[in-house]
Design a protein around this ligand. Structure first.
Ligand code: OAD
Length: 238
């Protein structure tokens, strides 16, 4: 592929599955173990903040014990070597794309549209702070001192982040690639349709057919840890 072309990549929970982080849907998924309405909505937080904060404290602690897998590594390798435009839009709230970039000395071109586990958001002063510890014990905001920190994670019913930037990147894209996402949650699930409308080539890499598979020009099925490195080799080979 011509190295000046622009690539937009969407990643979902499937890319982190081989790192040992639970996906959301399907057998054993996170939403089978917990009801979305109990832990992942603004209403749940208003009703029972302790339950919600403890849930995210556990998740925040867990992701810090996980490591990037060959799929994250391959995207970081692409990022380090790709001369054209590249944007990795992730629905994931883990930091595995960033950590995979570290050996290359790069800060990967990653946008977290559903927020980040390792950020706390002060609902009093609106500051975001890097945060690796618990929030359930109501620590003070490092900026304003208020005890009003919540996870900086987008809940159902809230607006995903940085949609303007994502749409601007899609308008400039030559290739849109979706990796490890079920296509169940909009607006991310609609990016492939937007890309198609704009005449962008589209490729899906997923363990199984997703709800949106029929939209893609090509779908490759298999584990991300195998498919993504092979695809990156192909792209970098030109
Ligand atoms: P899902 O759990 O809905 O889907 C994960 C997808 O990854 C499925 O299609 C699996 O088949 C696939 N998969 C699983 N293991 C894989 C592997 N090893 N290699 C490749 N693919 C694999 O997760 P998302 O699509 O990311 O949002 O979910 C989207 C959003 O729904 C999440 O960001 C989260 C969730 O509720 C919010 O919390 C707002």
């Amino acid at each position: 592929m011509d190295e000046t072309r622009n690539i937009v990549i969407l990643t979902g929970a499937g890319i982190s599955a081989e790192s040992g982080i639970d996906t959301f849907r399907g057998g054993g998924g996170l939403w089978e173990q917990h009801r979305v309405e109990d832990v992942a909505t603004p209403e749940a937080f208003a009703r029972d903040p302790n339950l919600v904060l403890r849930f995210y404290d556990m998740r925040r602690e867990a992701i810090q014990t996980k490591r990037p897998n060959p799929a994250h590594d391959a995207l970081a390798r692409l990022d380090a070597n790709w001369k054209g435009g590249l944007l990795i839009v992730t629905q994931n709230v883990d930091d595995l794309h960033e950590r995979a970039g570290a050996p290359y000395g790069i800060e990967p071109r990653v946008l977290h549209m559903h927020g980040e586990h390792l950020n706390a958001w002060c609902t009093f002063c609106d500051a975001r702070s890097r945060w690796s510890g618990p929030l359930a014990d109501r620590p003070e905001c490092p900026r304003c001192g208020a005890r009003a920190l919540r996870p900086d994670v987008v809940w159902f019913g809230e607006m995903p982040y940085r949609m303007d930037e994502i749409h601007a990147a899609l308008r400039m894209a030559d290739l849109f690639v979706s990796i490890g996402t079920s296509g169940a949650v909009y607006p991310a699930a609609g990016f492939v349709q937007t890309a198609r409308d704009l005449g962008v080539e589209t490729l899906e890499l997923n363990l199984e057919r997703s709800q949106g598979s029929h939209w893609f020009h090509e779908t490759r099925l298999g584990p991300a840890g195998e498919l993504v490195p092979a695809w990156v080799d192909e792209v970098l080979a030109g």
